[in-house]
Design a protein around this ligand. Structure first.
Ligand code: AMP
Length: 276
């Protein structure tokens, strides 16, 4: 893969990369379309990265279907599908990792220790192997995008990071490979993440600026559904992820909720009306 990318770069081609863990859905495909439009060669990687899963997480159970994914990639115009094995990326004696100082100490990083170390490491490795000019990630994993942008800047990586919007099911649920775990009976509970984000923006529209009030209302809405356990509901600074007390400008609202055994995340930027 590295030799191929070097060759294509020498030919003057612009390369883009969309890294994924497979079990592709319209969210992934939208990133591919974005990448395709900005490059000559679209590379997509499918790699369920063991180093970003905790010991009690769903690495083994994570849904996989390479045949279906390959067909979807083909229809999305992917030029090269890169599907390494774990032993290709983490050989015997592997011991090098990338960890960031403070961005992982918030939101998902708190409940998934080591997760972003695994993410940053694998993304850096994929960048070195595929050598893209452009890489496209989803805003659905907001903290991940921030961390990757920070890593690219801090380590002088020559890759443009583009973030694509969250693609949703018709009922508002953010598309996710993990939605495959949900039963029909759990769908209303799963929908409550997006509903609580919409309700929070309505509260902000009506003049509520107290973060505690908004978070409390969102938690109540989510907890009104059976089978939900809130991991976090947070309103924080959109760049530093530091918690906020009052909304006086655009603020990130991010949440993670377990619906049964399925951990779901979602986020939005809450925007106060500052015209007065
Ligand atoms: P994953 O396969 O879940 O690791 O995701 C691969 C990429 O797709 C990441 O950049 C995600 O942020 C992005 N992605 C996942 N779900 C969505 C979605 N619903 N809309 C847009 N992008 C998404």
């Amino acid at each position: 893969m590295q030799a191929l990318s070097t060759e294509m770069r020498l030919q003057g081609k612009i390369l883009s990369l969309v890294p994924t863990m497979g079990f592709l859905h319209e969210g992934h495909l939208s990133l591919m379309h974005r990448a395709k439009a900005a490059s000559d060669i679209l590379i997509t990687s499918i790699f369920v990265n063991p180093t970003q899963f905790g010991p009690n997480e769903d690495f083994g159970a994570y849904p996989r279907n390479l045949e279906r994914d390959s067909a979807l990639c083909q229809s999305a115009g992917v030029d090269i599908l890169f599907t390494p094995e774990a032993s290709d990326l983490y050989g015997d004696g592997y011991q090098t990792y990338i960890s960031l100082e403070s961005l992982p100490n918030h939101l998902c990083g708190l409940s998934r220790p080591g997760h972003f170390r695994g993410v940053a490491t694998v993304v850096a490795k994929l960048f070195h192997i595929t050598q893209p000019h452009i890489a496209v990630f989803g805003q659905k994993d907001y903290q991940q995008v921030l961390i990757i942008r920070r890593m690219v800047q801090d380590l002088d990586m020559n890759v443009d990071i583009i973030a694509g919007p969250t693609i949703r099911e018709p009922d508002g649920l953010a598309k996710s490979s993990r939605n495959a775990y949900l039963t029909d009976a759990q769908r209303p509970a799963a929908r409550s993440l997006h509903q609580s984000l919409l309700m929070s923006q309505k509260m902000v529209d009506s003049g509520v600026v107290d973060v505690k009030l908004i978070v409390k209302a969102a938690c109540l809405l989510i907890q009104s559904f059976d089978d939900t356990v809130i991991d976090y509901v947070s309103i924080c600074h959109s760049e530093t992820l530091e918690p906020l007390e009052t909304i006086d400008g655009p603020a990130l609202m991010a949440l993670a909720v377990r619906v049964g055994k399925t951990r779901l995340i979602d986020n939005t930027i809450l925007k106060p009306d500052l015209t007065e």
